[in-house]
Design a protein around this ligand. Structure first.
Ligand code: NAP
Length: 312
């Protein structure tokens, strides 16, 4: 029979929010575990370079993830690798998590599951994943060294990842559905200065196959409706993220599906906190995710004190 383990704080997700939460919680003396499906670091693991995390200068996403993990574990936070199947609220208000590693019981659950890439949902996209369509420049960019690359999206990710790809190819184009980028002005300027071309006000209509790989992309002009097709070898898609909230279907969410929290990171369900990209925050950065994690850990600890005072 699978083992049942008791913790004071169970954190689901080992990205910057989850690892920072684990560090603060364990340091505060709480018996804490992070349940992580893949590898600690979350989305940072696929970022080539992070230059805006205070105090660290320029570091790779992998490096920052490893530093977060080392510090959390150093304070006594446990990390268990495996998937969470479900979270159930028990009659006494505590939680039972059914996982691939047995059952975890805890009065507090912190949801730090982040967000996953959104798809364009156009013909040819799904079919050509791994054959020229990618959502990770660091992972797949080297396969397109010296080739003709298209990046889709207008946010920080599209512009920043395009600059990484520009190091590998002289022929990088970013296409966006509007005439203005959403990305921070400094990032847009650096991207334009690096010699990246832009195709604005266009929607991608289809990604077209040639000899089993991406061969071209068809665009529709938003103003004229005109269709044009241009040859590309690789298409990198960065059109935002979808929050990973399936484990907590009953938590209150915003219109886009991100979990609503109060200033203490508490969700609409007492004892469930949320931190990082999964919650309704206006500015998603590694530093803000880490800060969310610290806030969640602090108030989770206060919540446990209150429960103990009430002799739950
Ligand atoms: P984002 O800011 O949500 O931007 C998504 C972009 O994709 C937008 O330009 C959006 O267009 C476009 N888009 C969305 N759906 C589309 C569709 N179906 N077809 C075509 N285009 C579509 O996402 P992100 O760039 O991944 O960034 C996510 C968060 O991480 C943001 O908070 C960002 O600031 C942060 N981030 C920060 C850094 C950094 O500071 N260095 C780096 C990466 C990410 P519209 O503009 O028309 O909506």
């Amino acid at each position: 029979m699978a083992e049942t383990k008791n913790y004071e704080v169970v954190i689901v997700g080992g990205g910057p929010a989850g690892l920072a939460c684990g560090q603060y919680s364990a340091r505060a003396g709480r018996k804490t575990v992070i349940l992580e499906e893949l590898a600690p670091g979350g989305q940072t693991m696929i970022i080539d370079e992070i230059e805006n995390y205070p105090g660290l200068g320029k570091v790779s996403g992998y490096e920052i993830g490893a530093k977060f993990e080392e510090q959390a574990v150093g304070f006594g936070c446990e990390i268990v690798y495996g998937g969470v199947n479900s979270i159930t609220r028990l009659p006494d208000g505590t939680f039972s998590l059914d996982t691939t590693d047995g059952t975890f019981l805890s009065p507090v659950v912190v949801i730090a599951t982040g967000a996953k890439h959104r798809s364009l949902d156009v013909p040819g996209e799904k079919e050509m994943i791994g054959h020229g369509v990618s959502y990770c420049a660091t992972c797949d960019g080297p396969f397109f060294r010296g080739r003709k690359i298209l990046v889709c999206g207008g946010g920080d990710s599209a512009c920043q990842e395009a600059m990484f790809l520009r190091k590998l190819s002289d022929d990088v184009t970013v296409t966006h559905r509007r005439d203005r980028f959403r990305a921070q002005a400094s990032i847009v300027k650096a991207m334009l200065d690096s010699g990246i071309k832009t195709l604005m006000n266009k929607t991608v209509e289809s990604i077209n196959e040639k000899n089993g790989k991406v061969g071209s992309v068809t665009f529709r002009d938003k103003e004229t409706g005109e269709l044009t097709t241009e040859d590309f070898d690789g298409v990198f898609i960065f059109v935002g993220n979808v929050p990973q909230t399936a484990l907590v279907p009953d938590c209150e969410k915003d219109e886009a599906g991100f979990i609503r929290t109060d200033a203490h990171m508490m969700t609409s369900i007492p004892g469930i906190f949320a931190a990082g990209d999964v919650r309704d925050t206006p500015f998603r950065q590694v530093v803000t995710a880490a800060a969310d994690g610290a806030v969640a850990a602090h108030y989770a600890s206060e919540y446990i004190d209150a429960l103990n005072g009430m002799k739950y």
